[in-house]
Design a protein around this ligand. Structure first.
Ligand SMILES: Cc1cc2nc3c(=O)[nH]c(=O)nc-3n(C[C@H](O)[C@H](O)[C@H](O)COP(=O)(O)O)c2cc1C
Length: 192
């Protein structure tokens, strides 16, 4: 089974990470890292405790804490055998760490390794508005080969629910990794 690394950090929009986890585990084995602050935002925005979140994880998933810097996924030899790394949502703090090579936790480290190994790294960042520091950090990651996207749902597929909007963003991330899905109606195709 193909493998991918998914990281959830403490930015608003943790639902994007949770929906990605649901979709990815249907198709791939997911190495999952949730930051300490990611758990705080999951509790705040989705109302699930860390304990309940961990209990809900299915078979196609291995969980790591941000402190497990010695984990298999922190090594280039392991990461090259995966489809890449997604950080969704990605806080400005994690963006800054990645942009500046400041790898003090496992999420920073796997992102850093993805860049050095030229593996796909997708940062789904979330903040509003953006300071020049945020924009410069996005520029740095982009120049280093990472894919940076502000979580911005489209409206051309005529979303009717928040779930539709979340699915659009999740589907766009899956598109980047060439993962087939049916999460939104593509432009030019009839509405299902
Ligand atoms: C409810 C909540 C929402 C937050 N939303 C954002 C956000 O949208 N973007 C952001 O950069 N930081 C946000 N933060 C602040 C981050 O959690 C904080 O910068 C933290 O240090 C990020 O750590 P991490 O990247 O290791 O998870 C939020 C914090 C809380 C408690």
């Amino acid at each position: 089974m193909e493998r991918i690394v998914l990281c959830i950090t403490g930015a608003s929009g943790v639902i994007y990470g949770v929906r990605l986890l649901q979709e990815l585990t249907k198709r791939l084995f997911v190495h999952l890292v949730v930051s300490d602050n990611g758990f705080k935002v999951i509790q705040e925005e989705i109302g699930i405790t860390k304990e309940d979140f961990l209990k809900s994880l299915g078979n196609n998933c291995k969980f790591y804490s941000q402190h497990q810097i010695e984990a298999d996924i922190s090594s280039g030899s392991f990461l090259t055998k995966t489809k890449g790394v997604i950080v969704a949502p990605c806080s400005m703090a994690t963006l800054s760490a990645v942009a500046n090579g400041f790898s003090t936790n496992l999420i920073h480290r796997v992102s850093d390794v993805a860049l050095k190994e030229r593996k796909k790294l997708y940062l789904l960042v979330r903040e509003m508005p953006l300071s020049l520091i945020h924009i410069k950090n996005m520029e740095k990651v982009s120049l280093a080969g990472g894919i940076v996207s502000v979580a911005s749902p489209g409206f051309y597929h005529k979303p009717e629910t928040v779930e539709d909007m979340v699915n659009f963003v999740v589907g766009k991330v899956l598109d980047t990794f060439d993962i087939e899905h049916n999460l939104f109606n593509r432009w030019g195709t009839p509405k299902k």
